[in-house]
Design a protein. Structure first.
Length: 123
């Protein structure tokens, strides 16, 4: 099986270059695997109606958006995030005291949060 040739946009390359060498190595290995089959169904997601624009979680704390054109896979966006900064609330703790969720959000003003619709009804 032949690999797709991988290219990075200027912005994605800048994000890559800012990574420490150990993380670059990890990302390189993951991108090589992805380049063998960028349309794999179990580890990538199509973005919108065009199957050639995709998103994949490729390494710890690394998500990339890419497009496939012919035999080239172009990394358009390279998202780097620190998974150690995640705070996951136990669902039982939420049900026991829903206001705790709001206090946690207040204590972390730059936090992003997701919850099912009924969570907002509890608060």
């Amino acid at each position: 099986m032949s690999e797709y040739r991988v290219q990075f946009t200027v912005e994605a390359r800048a994000a890559y270059d800012a990574l420490p060498p150990s993380r670059q190595d990890h990302l390189d290995r993951a991108v090589r695997i992805l380049a063998r089959d960028p349309f794999r169904k179990h580890s990538t997601a199509q973005l919108g109606p065009d199957e050639h624009l995709r998103k994949a979680y490729v390494a710890p704390g690394v998500m990339l958006e890419y497009m496939v054109a012919g035999a080239v896979m172009v990394v358009v966006v390279l998202e780097i995030f620190d998974e150690s900064a995640y705070l996951i609330m136990d669902p039982g703790a939420f049900l026991h005291e829903p206001a705790r969720w709001l206090r946690l959000l207040s204590a972390h003003p730059r936090a992003l949060s997701a919850a099912p619709n009924f969570a907002y009804d509890y608060c």
